[in-house]
Design a protein around this ligand. Structure first.
Ligand code: ATP
Ligand code: MG
Length: 503
């Protein structure tokens, strides 16, 4: 007999519907799965066989064929187990086909018949809201995530037996047990930082316009401290951004880390991270750190310690705001529009640029600095040297608190929102080249200064555009419609790091 059950798979952040057909025919006992399944799905046969038996159902001793359609869609992950098991029970007359009408089944089975949570349930629920199957059966641990989508009826079950009981009308499904609610994390405050006025200001500009920031300087000058305080002065996520962030974390299987927060993500991966870990991808593709930082901040501390290939892979997403991952016969995309903040010493001993003598050879310095390519440096809008504090600075009273700075950032973001809404973008860093002329009008003197800077500093066209965006943000912080000389001059002062010398 033939059975037909529906499930879903992920393609990037999107959910795609998959039809699971099961046929049972006479012949030698065998279980064949066809339709571009990956290794995890082929292993599903063993899980389904054990789960069906251990849940008290009969496993047919016959020739079983499962087909996953459409055949040209690559199917990955273990979320088909439940649909395969339900199909098997229909095909072997232990359940009727009608009971599964209009239902989408997603979940992994363990050998004893328990249902295990899977990633991407939020995407499946969002897709179900616009599709024909408005009833979603999911593992109970994914239930609170599925219930975020109100237009879909989501049922949570803990075992295969409970799913069958639900279909037969003898079980109602669980309530979401521990709905993940996150308390807003207490973020470190800018008031902890003494001195470092220009670096503090650069952090404020970066937050206001979403610009990338590179902090360089000797050890112990406060680079890490400054970077960690960027998250605390950013405005909260909008509703739309929050949904997208939730979806990315759901697909990454880390939904509980962000559930229902409006705080912007702040990711600080260690420098030993692999390229796939940072950018995304892998055997079963997953969003990387840059996508987990979407709409928030990616902090790369000790930048030259990262592998050069890993850093180079950042270049394309930094420009386009998304990452494209190649698969066997197609490509998939994850959003990755983040603010990059990076910290680096200038040489291996770290003392270059400070008052202490540096013990590195010119060759060592060149090799260390060459980890950061000119192309990556070109994408750093703000480049700031952080100098060691003097004793007087260290004993000075604390500077402004994050709360005060956050208010200025919020006002500047509001100005940007009003100007940029018609292009569907939120902050100056997202301005496209074609929009710059209209969005960034320069005063006469500012235009003259721009010409001088372009020629004397040998700026690339990209650096010129990035300079314009930063000046726009500085003007927004000053509540000015037009970019004046002072705004542009400040933006230019942020492009003169010792790292760029000699390039
Ligand atoms: N501007 C500052 N105000 C107050 N404390 C500071 C400041 N700078 C550094 N410190 C103190 O020094 C410690 C080290 O600072 P931090 O880790 O930010 O240095 P760093 O520049 O990142 O150094 P490294 O190059 O070694 O990573 C801080 O935890 C803090 O106690
Ligand atoms: Mg540090």
């Amino acid at each position: 007999m033939l059975a037909k059950v529906f499930s879903a798979t992920l393609w990037g952040l999107e959910s795609r519907s998959v039809e699971v057909e099961i046929d049972i025919a006479r012949g030698l006992p065998a279980f064949e799965v066809v339709g571009l399944p990956d290794a995890a799905i082929r292993e599903a046969k063993e899980r389904v066989r054990a789960a069906v038996r251990n849940s008290g159902f009969d496993y047919p001793m016959a020739r079983i064929t499962a087909n996953l359609a459409p055949a040209d869609l690559r199917k990955e992950g273990s979320g088909f187990d439940l649909a395969l098991a339900v199909g098997l029970l229909i095909a072997s007359d232990q359940l009727t086909q009608e009971t599964t009408e209009g239902i989408c089944f997603v979940g992994e089975l363990s050998l004893d018949g328990r249902l295990r949570g899977v990633s991407g349930i939020l995407s499946h629920a969002l897709a179900a809201a616009h599709g024909d199957r408005r009833l979603l059966i999911v593992p109970v641990e994914n239930l609170s995530e599925a219930r975020l989508v109100r237009d879909v009826q989501s049922i949570g079950c803990a075992t295969l037996a409970e799913v069958i009981a639900f279909l037969k009308g003898t079980f109602k499904g669980w309530d979401p047990t521990s709905a993940p609610t996150m308390k807003a994390a207490v973020l470190p405050d800018l008031a902890d930082i003494r001195g470092q006025e220009s670096a503090r200001r650069a952090v404020e500009v970066a937050a206001a316009g979403g610009h990338n920031l590179l902090l360089t300087g000797p050890p112990g000058s406060g680079k890490t401290m400054l970077a960690e305080r960027l998250g605390g002065i950013l405005p909260p996520l909008t509703e739309q951004e929050a949904l997208q962030v939730n979806q990315i974390y759901s697909v990454a299987g880390r939904f509980s880390e962000v559930a229902q927060t409006v705080q912007r993500p702040f990711r600080s991966p260690h420098h030993t991270i692999s390229t796939a870990g940072l950018i995304g991808g892998g055997r079963v593709p997953r969003p990387g750190e840059i996508s987990l930082a979407h709409a928030g901040v990616l902090f790369l501390d000790e930048l030259p310690e990262f592998s050069r290939n890993t850093l180079e892979a950042l270049r394309q997403p930094l420009e386009s705001g998304e990452v494209i991952i190649g698969r066997a016969n197609a490509t998939l995309r994850y959003p990755a529009r983040f603010t990059l903040i990076a910290a680096a010493n200038l040489c291996p001993c770290g003392r270059l640029g400070s008052s202490q003598p540096c013990s590195c050879t010119p060759h060592e310095i060149a090799r260390y600095q060459s980890k950061i390519s000119g192309a990556l440096l070109d994408r750093m809008d703000l480049q700031v040297s952080v100098m060691p504090l003097t004793f007087d600075e260290l004993s000075a009273p604390p500077g402004e608190s994050s709360e005060t700075v956050r208010q200025r950032v919020r006002a500047a973001r509001q100005r940007q929102k009003e100007r940029l809404a018609r292009w569907g973008i939120a902050c100056n860093a997202e301005l496209r080249a074609s929009q710059l002329k209209e969005a960034c009008p320069l005063s006469k003197q500012a235009r003259d200064l721009m010409r001088q800077a372009f020629e004397n500093l040998h700026l690339s066209a990209r650096a010129h555009d990035r300079l314009l965006r930063v000046s726009r943000t500085i003007a927004d912080l000053a509540d000015c419609d037009r970019i004046e000389v002072a705004h542009l001059a400040e933006a230019i002062s942020y492009r003169q790091t010792p790292l760029a010398e000699g390039r």
